[in-house]
Design a protein around this ligand. Structure first.
Ligand code: CA
Length: 226
């Protein structure tokens, strides 16, 4: 895990330095931020492997930052560990509901925090291996059944999701209607070919801008291309 980049967003210098010191000892690259603004600007240029986020920042509420990250197309898969004071029990719960991957209560042992970092990174490696993107605007999380077009989460039916997954499994390949039907129902259901056209029409509409990535190859079937 050494060589991975961790952003530490914490205005209390003593805590930030202590955390950074222990993470560096474990081989991580650490960048510290005392303000949310600096952190968010830097994030536009560099995506870290994990973010340690204090909830009480001088220029922002850590929970807002967490929400912002976890609903963003570009940042939602970056693991976040939140730092909270003991009295902020509700914040801890809200943080987890917002999608934070773990939390550590102050005061904490730096060794424990490093252990948490490693465990969250291990989990996220497994999770992220199941993510597919296309055309820079479409992103699909196969484990969470989540589809994002840019920043927007798209709600698909199970069948629409499965069709999208099939097309994404081999980008550029043309899937015939029969092939898609076969992969969807494994020959269990007798569905006429037209059904696929209807599902794909709806899928394209829901995907909006990213819908153009799905193209109809006249007389043959469908494909998805970058
Ligand atoms: Ca603070």
């Amino acid at each position: 895990m050494s060589g991975k980049t961790i952003f530490v967003v914490e205005d209390e210098k003593d805590i930030s330095n202590l955390v950074a010191l222990h993470l560096r000892k474990s081989g991580f690259i650490v960048i510290e931020f005392g303000k949310a603004e600096n952190f968010l600007n830097y994030l536009k240029r560099t995506i870290p492997d994990l973010i340690i986020l204090d909830l009480m920042l001088p220029d922002a509420d850590g929970l807002d930052i967490c929400r912002q990250l976890k609903t963003s197309h570009d940042y939602h898969s970056i693991p976040v560990i939140i730092l909270t004071a003991k009295s902020e029990e509700t914040d801890k719960i809200i943080g987890l509901e917002l999608g934070a991957d773990d939390y550590v209560t102050k005061p904490f042992s730096p060794k424990e925090l490093v252990a948490r970092v490693k465990s969250v990174l291990r989990r996220s490696e497994i999770k992220n291996s199941e993510k597919i993107t296309a055309g820079k605007i479409l992103s699909v999380d196969l484990n969470k059944y989540e589809v994002f077009v840019k920043d927007k989460k798209i709600h698909l039916t199970q069948t629409e999701f499965n069709i999208l997954k099939i097309l994404l499994s081999k980008k550029g390949w043309v899937f015939t209607r029969e092939k898609i039907l076969d992969m969807l129902w494994q020959g269990e259901k007798a569905v006429i070919d037209r059904t696929i056209d209807v599902h794909i029409k709806k899928l394209r509409e829901k995907l909006g801008e990213a819908g153009k990535l799905i193209t109809n190859v006249r007389g043959i079937g469908y494909k998805i291309e970058e």
